[in-house]
Design a protein around this ligand. Structure first.
Ligand SMILES: Nc1ncnc2c1ncn2[C@@H]1O[C@H](COP(=O)(O)OP(=O)(O)O)[C@@H](O)[C@H]1O
Ligand SMILES: Cc1ncc(COP(=O)(O)O)c(N)n1
Length: 264
């Protein structure tokens, strides 16, 4: 069985972060492991507290995983401090990690800030260069590229710029403000490819970014080429959104287990 590691924060409400990643990886057919960067006290309406793990402890978790069950892919999600980002980059390089998917988590769907402003440059300088693909949403792509994104053309320009500067593939997700749920992949050879997605009329989108990046990592772990891993990941995500789970008082989670029957 292929294996994948999520390095991310815990979401106590189970819809995003480590919890979404483990469910997604499992449902995408790989053995899922975790290295927790932070605990969040969180539900569908917001984040009330964040407790980062000490950097040495994060390093121990990553080492423990690599020294025993080597991951075929690694997804990186919420990492809120520069020290933790640097620790991850060092440990992944030491272990020659492959298929690294970086979801540059900055602001939760509920509006909470999940990264220190001072850590953004560490994210750019240390994690993007080791990524097989980075998956910003529009506001994150604006921060990474330094430009405002208002049109499809802007998405293309910003993605090309991030891709050229950090030499990694960029999947710019259109879920937020632009067009349907169409995402743009830009690869270091300069190729652009749009992944068309039909917008599902569901306000419960907590954890969509975490889920997409974990599904990409799982499919890369299984040996899919990047574009096929993205295609399968979008298909899984659309199915989970279309199941119309409705939990909590805010933007709720998706049904990660929609492929299993919930009937008795
Ligand atoms: N309502 C929706 N219907 C279908 N796909 C969506 C919807 N909202 C977001 N997506 C898709 O979910 C993925 C995550 O996108 P997005 O919500 O922008 O990320 P994030 O959670 O990081 O803000 C993308 O593939 C995007 O196209
Ligand atoms: C621990 C943690 N990690 C990431 C997110 C982002 O989630 P979303 O996909 O809703 O923006 C989150 N809300 N909590």
């Amino acid at each position: 069985m292929k294996t994948a590691l999520s390095i991310a924060g815990s979401d106590s409400s189970g819809g995003a972060g480590i919890q979404a990643d483990l469910k997604t990886m499992t449902m995408n057919g790989v053995y899922a492991m975790s290295a927790v960067t932070a605990l969040t006290a969180q539900n569908t309406t917001g984040v009330t507290a964040i407790l980062n793990v000490p950097a040495e402890f994060l390093a121990k978790q990553i080492d423990a995983v690599f020294e025993d069950i080597r991951p075929d892919a690694v997804k990186i999600g919420m990492v809120s401090s520069a020290e933790l980002i640097e620790t991850i980059a060092k440990r992944l390089c030491a272990h020659h990690a492959v298929n690294i998917v970086v979801d540059p988590v900055m602001i939760a769907t509920s509006g909470a800030r999940l990264i220190d402003p001072a850590a953004v440059s560490a994210l750019k300088e240390k994690l993007l260069p080791i990524a097989r693909v980075v998956t910003p949403n529009i506001p994150e792509a604006e921060v990474l590229s330094g430009m405002k994104i208002e049109t499809k053309q802007d998405m293309e320009t910003a993605s090309k710029q991030i891709c050229a500067q950090y030499r990694c593939a960029v999947l710019c997700k259109g879920g937020h403000s632009l067009n349907d749920a169409n995402d743009l992949l830009c690869t270091p050879d300069g190729t652009l490819r749009w992944f068309e997605g039909k917008r599902i009329d569901n306000p419960n989108t907590h954890g969509t970014g975490c889920t997409l990046s974990s599904a990409i990592a799982a499919n890369l772990a299984k040996g899919a080429p990047l574009d096929e891993a993205i295609r399968r990941a979008k298909e899984y995500l659309s199915g989970a959104l279309a199941d119309m789970l409705d939990l909590g008082h805010g933007s709720g989670p998706m049904n990660h287990a929609y492929l299993l029957s919930c009937n008795e």
